[in-house]
Design a protein around this ligand. Structure first.
Ligand SMILES: Nc1nc2c(ncn2[C@@H]2O[C@H](COP(=O)(O)OP(=O)(O)OP(=O)(O)O)[C@@H](O)[C@H]2O)c(=O)[nH]1
Length: 421
């Protein structure tokens, strides 16, 4: 498309007027901030060679490759447009004002199109990697629904890339496997009704985007809109994947092997579960926390009050901890009086806060045994895990994580116990 076609104006005249405006706002002098320089280059290339000009595309491709976000790019372009318009308005030339408006409209759309062109294969690649992580899970359980939505997204991207709205996949959220599951077994599994509604709304949002995408596909003047929709679709699909992974943890907590004394997950499934958490965290691009905790001076409890009191103390801690945790957090009895907690999609701050509340709960609720009150305390080591920092996910990574969490726990013990590190 040329400027002439786009505006129905003689291109040369449009260019002349526009160049005068650029001159007036100081594009060739010091007045223009350096950050606008490349955009001006882009505008000039476009004016000289039309919007299909290779050099114009090259400038935008450079910005995209440098990961200059589209919002920043748009903002810079809007600043430049504002400066150019102000000059044109001051000059009072209607034709110049129109020239500026027209040129910037075309430029913005064209550049947004280049961002879309760049983003489509990037997103397809990322989705492909996410699929590979889900595919690597030893137990997919409910994550088959995340997998299905990643495939669904691939179909959406193919339809957008091929400019073919007819190839868009299923729009109706109640017709997809996850939608059906959510309104049947899912409603029994997720106890919190508002959480259930939130997940259903997220799922409906993702499917709902297809209507808007269908309207944008094939309309060359809606690239900005298309780009925003694709970004939104990626974010929602990740959020949905995270929610599915959280619900999946409820399944793990209810169906995996249990420690008979405390009813918590037994150590036996720990390696498998942690490897799977790493793969999921990689696919959803979220960090998680591992909290290692150990009851303090537990030998003294056993020696003073007897082994049965010791057993009760372990059950007591397990109950207090479960009451503090979300349904989707995982808690294992890791050793004798040692516990390991996995907090999905949580930062270190959140992990520290939760551990501190569990520590305070235990201190505030001494164990009642045989008419006596037994004061208990525990120490906690909190580790934030960035799945992206491990090139491979294997049993060795799990050992590193456990070692690191353990060393934090021992720092807490060395600090005097009854604390969180
Ligand atoms: N009652 C009971 N005791 C257990 C169980 N498993 C391990 N223990 C006891 O837990 C105690 C752990 O003692 P230590 O490893 O010396 O640690 P601690 O006394 O808690 O001291 P710190 O961890 O350093 O604060 C041992 O006496 C074990 O016998 C269990 O299932 N029931």
């Amino acid at each position: 498309m040329t400027l002439e076609e786009a505006r129905g104006e003689p291109a040369a005249q449009l260019c002349d007027e526009f160049l005068q405006v650029l001159e007036a706002i100081g594009v060739h002098g010091e007045a223009l901030p350096a950050r606008h320089r490349r955009l001006v280059d882009c505008v000039e290339h476009m004016l000289a060679g039309g919007v299909e000009d290779g050099r114009c595309n090259a400038v935008v491709a450079e910005l995209v490759a440098e990961k200059v976000p589209f919002v920043l790019f748009s903002y810079e372009l809007a600043c430049l447009r504002g400066a150019a318009l102000k000059t044109a308005i001051d000059a009072g030339e209607v034709a110049t004002i129109r020239a500026v408006q027209g040129a910037f409209d075309i430029l913005e759309e064209r550049c947004a199109g280049l961002y879309v062109d760049h983003y489509l294969p990037v997103l397809a690649r990322r989705n492909h990697l996410r699929l590979a992580h889900i595919d690597g899970l030893s137990d997919k359980n409910l994550l088959v629904h995340f997998e299905a939505h990643l495939r669904w997204m691939q179909a959406v991207l193919a339809a957008v890339a091929g400019n073919n709205a007819a190839e868009l996949p299923e729009r109706d959220p109640t017709q997809c496997g996850f939608g059906r599951w959510l309104h049947s077994e899912g409603s029994l599994l997720i106890r919190d009704r508002s959480h259930r509604h939130e997940v259903a709304a997220l799922h409906a949002d993702l499917h709902g985007l297809l209507g808007e995408l269908a309207a944008s596909i094939g309309e060359r003047r809606r690239n900005r809109h298309l780009y925003a929709l694709l970004k939104r679709a990626e974010l929602i699909s990740l959020d949905l994947g995270n929610e599915i992974a959280l619900i999946n943890n409820i399944v793990i907590m209810s169906s995996y092997n249990k420690d008979p004394l405390t009813g918590l997950l037994s150590r036996r499934s720990l390696d498998k579960v942690l490897i799977n958490q790493l793969e999921i965290a990689r696919a959803t691009e979220l960090t998680f926390c591992v909290v290692m905790c150990d009851l303090d001076h537990f030998k003294v409890v056993n020696d003073t009050y007897g082994h049965l009191a010791g057993d009760e103390a372990l059950r007591h801690f397990a109950e207090l901890a479960r009451a503090r945790l979300r349904q989707s957090d995982l808690i294992f009895r890791h050793g004798g009086e040692e516990f390991l907690i996995v907090l999905p999609s949580s930062s270190r701050e959140q992990g520290l806060g939760l551990a501190e509340r569990m520590r305070a709960d235990l201190v505030a609720a001494p164990l009642r045994h045989d008419g006596q009150e037994i004061a208990l305390s525990a120490s906690f080591g909190v580790l934030e895990v960035h799945p992206g920092s491990y090139p491979f996910i294997d049993a060795e990574v799990v050992r590193d994580i456990l070692r690191e969490a353990d060393s934090r726990l021992y720092m807490a013990k060395n600090k005097g116990r009854n604390c969180v590190v």
